[in-house]
Design a protein around this ligand. Structure first.
Ligand code: DMJ
Length: 639
């Protein structure tokens, strides 16, 4: 947690002085051990005795000390945040000792960020000006001015400065406030565009044509071997007006992309990222190349539906035309088989070939009729032989079920609000959510959506669930009940707090909420759940909430999140990395992977959130697939 006015940026810089971050740690460990071995037994005993003595004194004074520190911090904090400070050590557990630091660097800056990786902070705090950028020059993120999508020249170095005004705008006079908001919009758009360029540069330099960038090791990883990041990012570049980058990527699609490969791909992931990305890029650009590629991958995915039940297998070999379930089960995931519909339906409409739509419609019809739901909520697995739900009795809006609900609403919207079965199932499911899964935290009454397992409620929520405020708001915008919007706003606050209350300002993958009276904090995070994969769901919902309410606070929240991505996940040689520990601002521990959805979704939603041009992907004309690829709402005659 940090005061709202903080402007600093820390980029992760590795391998600059010979050796990676991990190697550095190992070296320090070995050197300390050697020194320790050189001491006499008496010297070692004395040191150990002193350390134990210090530890006892430290433990005795710990509450007083932390109370004192907190009192200082609380003055600058949101009152809610101030009440939910980092976990003190549990009884019987030693408080975590501070990590040894390089004293000279610490003195130079008391900013949070990995100290061993910290750069000297540029005074203007520009997000894209890492040390290497400054020294090396020539990188696109270093440009003095960039052209926004509106055509205005924006000084990137003013970008962050302008944002300071927004933090302090509360007491500004009306017209001054309007001016500040307008300036901020331009600055924030430029900043998110800079972030995209930085991410793209890393991908270009070290992972071009491969699935994902590994920014720390300056290499790449393959999942399907189909240039996943490049395809996922196409429409983002188009929307941001990054024409040069777009043309380079398009040339790769035209000359290098081939789906005639002996490779197993996941039906859901390749549908939402590749088919969805190609279809939306076709619509935005009108370029037939993307439709041709979409047809190619779409037809190669069809063998997945050749199952006894017509519930598709999870995996398809797009070269051989064979499909199969995962090795350990004949089940598919419910969210996966029910979140490919927008894309296949659109492919049928464009090609006038009904087979795609027929295949996914059959899945929806089957799921609609199945037993095993609870008030419209679905289990997480479905068997490809029997066509029945399996592992029944567990209900979540998180992993394995999430986008089932999203696609009920969105299919209804895509088809021009005529297919009422989708609407009915959606409305029933939201009532089911409210009845069975919505609870409030203690002490601050945050609204959240937990999980139910065989009648037992668990106050656990995946970050993935943060798609829900946006979907609920979209429903209300299209005439669904106002109480959906009320729930959306309450949950939006919770999702924001999942970022705000972490020491890095970034959300963990999973949180557990406290519900018992007398709890000290609302949010707990288990050790294994502290990672952040650069996921989009919260900024996606912020985008919808801002579009429908025009409440500027949602953009302010998005801006804070972007700054924290820049501070803790930006790698100076290019790209952003997922991290292991959002609770440790000194060492968030890079995971060395930039997921394709960071470019496909996270940065796109941030850009659209900061844009006041609501015609840029008009939500009455487009519906976003679950990977943030906009597809057109069908004209009434087509539905
Ligand atoms: C994306 O691939 C999609 O948003 C999907 O629906 C859920 N998981 C990731 C992002 O978190």
């Amino acid at each position: 947690m940090h005061p709202p006015s903080r402007q600093d940026y820390v980029a992760i810089t590795l391998g600059q002085r010979g050796g990676t971050y991990n190697n550095g740690k190992q070296w320090r460990r070995q050197s300390c051990w050697r020194k320790w071995k050189q001491l006499s037994r008496l010297q070692r005993s004395l040191i150990l005795f002193t350390l134990v003595l210090l530890l006892i004194c430290g433990l005795a004074s710990y509450p007083t000390l932390t109370d004192h520190l907190r009192a200082g911090e609380e003055e600058t904090m949101h009152p809610l945040v101030a009440r939910v400070l980092p976990e003190p050590a549990k009884p019987g557990q030693l408080p975590l000792l501070p990590r040894p630091e390089q004293p000279s660097k610490r003195k130079l800056s008391n900013k949070r960020g990995p100290p061993l990786l910290q750069n000297l902070q540029p005074k203007n705090g520009n997000a894209s000006n890492t040390v290497e950028d400054k020294a090396g020059g020539g990188k696109e993120g270093d440009e003095k001015g960039v052209i926004s999508w509106r055509g205005a020249v924006i000084e990137t170095e003013q970008g962050t400065e302008g944002a300071k005004d927004v933090g302090a705008k509360d007491d500004a006079a009306g017209n001054q406030e309007a001016k500040t908001v307008k300036e901020s919009e331009a600055d924030w758009l430029a900043a998110v565009k800079d972030s995209f360029r930085h991410a793209w540069q890393g991908y270009k330099d070290f992972a071009w044509g491969h699935d994902e960038l590994r920014p720390i090791s300056k290499s790449y990883s393959e999942w399907f071997g189909l240039g996943l990041t490049l395809i996922d990012a196409l429409d983002t570049m188009w929307i941001m007006g990054l024409k040069t980058e777009f043309e380079e990527a398009k040339a790769w699609v035209a000359t290098e992309l081939s789906f005639n490969k002996n490779v197993d791909v996941n039906l859901f992931e390749s549908t939402i990222r590749i088919l969805g990305g190609l279809l939306s890029t076709y619509h935005l650009t009108g370029d037939a190349l993307f439709l041709e590629k979409a047809k190619d991958i779409g037809s190669r995915l069809m063998p997945a539906f050749k199952t006894p039940s017509k519930i598709p297998y999870s995996d398809v070999n797009i070269g051989k035309g064979t499909a199969h379930p995962p090795r350990w089960t004949s089940d598919s995931t419910v969210a996966e088989v029910t979140s490919i519909q927008l894309e296949f339906r659109e492919l049928s409409r464009l090609t006038q070939d009904p087979q795609y739509e027929a295949a996914v419609a059959e899945v929806m019809n089957k799921v609609h009729k199945l037993d095993g739901k609870l008030d419209g909520l679905v289990p997480m697995f479905i068997n490809t032989n029997s066509g029945q739900f399996t592992h029944q009795g567990t209900f979540t809006l998180g992993a394995r079920a999430d986008s089932y609900y999203e696609y009920l609403l969105k299919q209804w919207l895509q088809g021009g609000k005529k297919e009422t079965q989708f609407l009915e199932d959606y409305l029933q499911a939201i009532e089911g959510v409210k009845k069975n899964l919505v609870q409030r935290t203690s002490p601050n009454g945050l609204t959240f959506v937990g999980e139910l397992s065989h009648g037992q409620f668990s106050p656990k929520m995946d970050h993935l669930v943060c798609f829900l405020p946006g979907t609920l708001a979209l429903g209300t915008h299209n005439g669904l009940p106002q109480d959906h919007m009320d729930l959306a706003k309450q949950m939006m606050e919770t999702c924001y707090q999942m970022y705000k209350q972490m020491e890095t300002g970034l959300s963990p993958e999973i949180v557990h909420f406290n519900m018992h009276q007398g709890s000290v904090r609302d949010i707990e995070v288990k050790l294994a759940d502290r990672h952040n994969l650069l996921r989009p769901e919260t900024v996606e919902s912020l985008f919808y909430l801002y579009r429908f309410t025009k409440d500027h606070k949602y953009r302010q929240w998005g801006w804070e999140i972007l700054q924290n991505f820049n501070k803790y996940t930006k790698v100076s040689s290019g790209g952003y990395t997922s991290v292991n520990n959002v609770r440790d601002p000194d060492y968030p521990s890079p995971r060395d992977k930039m997921e394709s959805f960071f470019l496909g979704e996270t940065l796109k939603y941030l850009y659209l959130l900061f844009s006041d041009d609501f015609k840029l992907i008009n939500l009455d004309e487009y519906v976003f697939n679950t990977e943030a690829h906009p597809l057109p709402i069908w004209p009434s005659s087509a539905a």
